[in-house]
Design a protein around this ligand. Structure first.
Ligand code: 4AD
Ligand code: MG
Length: 425
């Protein structure tokens, strides 16, 4: 078993160490072979001097190919010429598995890199993005645990739509039609009557028929639902949660590689809140043709969010732009809902609302929208047996990661992006 990682060696200067990893770079210069070794924690330069090693080791270092797996022994020394300021003066170099010619070369095209995603995942950039993804989830879990939210595990195979029929993936369920979950929300709502404050982190599925830079067919969805909270209360939870997730990333050592500063990851709460009406005015003032009642598409969100430096809320959307389960405001036109948008063109990361807790109002809304109530009998039951003010939201992990890492495309926020044209590898 491997016990020492590349990141550990900064504490081992002057000592003889043994490392296992993969060859990231290799070149020979004046009787010395330089290999850059890679593992999950980083890279380090290994220098293999002809006179310091036995002929086998030198021969191995000379013939080793990129991405071969190797075992290296040597002394850790400080050397400012090495990429990380440290170098291993090699005493033994063993090839564990000699790699065939690695298909990924410098300057490879985007589509090709997706075709060989199983190999492209070894890139330092993708490795770091995956670590940051892990950090934001850790930040969320710490916050949720500290504030007494219960984790639950809702089903992925479902019988009814949560977010409308157009983006449903249907599956054959023993001869009946079932769907992959678009959102755990309706099930989370059932769980608040026992656990009060619940959350789940599950994949959600959307058959997004248009190709965009921020839509996946499968994404990681962090959803919270709480009894006794109204629209305003849940916005506070949203901003605290996102702040906790960002704070966890703020200490990440290579953040600047993504064009982010530590300070940007410390959010100033409360976040700004603007009404939908105001947002419409801003968008219209930029010359975009949008009417009151429309939801924002990519272009609208882009111009709107370019006006902001930090994530911000847009609240009280028109009913026709949103979904039947939201609590209707007394104006009869808008819902008590809010989206959290990331600044500078990134757009929506959270969709949330207070939920309609009145049976009659909910049924009326479903009738207006032409929704088959018989499919939601169990959901309507919640309004019959001890209905309660409650609210919740869903956060797209890859959307948040996209903003944090300044990603141009959401595909790099996941191991294997599932999009309209891509199912493999
Ligand atoms: O706004 P959405 O559709 O809201 C819901 O699903 C609610 N039922 C959630 C809830 O209240 N429990 O989706 C929530 C978030 C969006 O804000 C976005 O971040 C992300 O999920 N999202 C997607 N991320 C990647 N690819 C897609 N196709 C996404 N669709 C939504
Ligand atoms: Mg939404």
């Amino acid at each position: 078993m491997k016990t020492l990682y590349i990141s550990d060696i900064e504490n081992r200067i002057g000592e003889e160490v043994e490392l296992f990893g993969w060859v990231y770079r290799q070149r020979e210069h004046g009787g010395v072979v330089f290999v850059v070794l890679r593992d999950s924690t980083g890279i380090v330069q290994i220098s293999i001097h002809k006179n310091n090693v036995n002929p086998d080791s030198f021969n191995n270092a000379q013939k080793v190919t990129i991405e071969s797996s190797v075992r290296v022994k040597g002394k850790v020394i400080e050397d400012s010429r090495a990429p990380t300021g440290l170098e291993i003066r090699c005493s033994e170099f063993e090839i564990l598995s000699l790699s065939e010619k690695f298909p990924i070369q410098e300057g490879a095209g985007k589509e090709f890199l997706l075709d060989v995603r199983h190999l492209a995942l070894r890139s330092i950039r993708l490795t770091e993005i995956m670590k940051i993804k892990e950090l934001i989830i850790q930040g969320a879990r710490k916050y949720l645990q500290k504030n007494d939210w219960h984790e639950v595990f809702p089903p992925i195979i479902t019988s009814a739509a949560c977010e409308g029929g157009t983006t449903l993936f249907s599956i054959d369920y023993y001869g009946r039609e079932a769907y992959l979950s678009q959102s755990a929300q309706l099930y989370l709502e059932t769980a608040i009557y026992s656990l009060e404050k619940v959350y789940s982190l599950t994949p959600s599925f959307r058959a997004e028929k248009s190709k965009t830079r921020r839509h996946l067919s499968e994404y990681q969805h962090l959803e919270l639902e709480a009894a006794w909270m109204d629209a305003d209360d849940i916005m506070k939870v949203e901003e605290e949660l996102v702040a906790a997730m960002c704070r966890e990333v703020s200490e990440y050592k290579n953040l600047e590689k993504f064009g982010r500063k530590k300070e940007e990851m410390i959010l100033n709460l409360p976040l700004e809140r603007i009404k939908y009406d105001e947002a419409i005015q801003i968008i219209q003032s930029k010359g975009i043709d949008i009417e009151w009642g429309d939801d924002f598409g990519y272009e609208e969100e882009k111009v709107l969010t370019n006006e902001f430096e930090e994530p911000f809320f847009v609240y009280n959307y028109p009913m026709e732009a949103k979904v039947f389960y939201m609590k209707q405001n007394p104006d009869g036109k808008t819902y008590a809902c809010a989206d959290l948008l990331a600044p500078k063109g990134f757009g929506e990361i959270i969709g949330g609302s207070q939920r309609e807790d009145d049976l009659k109002a909910l049924e009326r809304r479903m009738e207006i929208e032409g929704i088959d109530k018989s499919r939601y009998k169990w959901y309507l039951d919640l309004r019959r047996y001890g209905s309660v003010v409650h609210s919740g939201f869903g956060l797209g992990i890859e959307r948040l990661l996209m903003w944090i890492c300044n990603l141009e495309h959401i595909r790099d926020a996941c191991l294997y992006p599932r999009t309209i044209t891509r199912l493999e590898p």
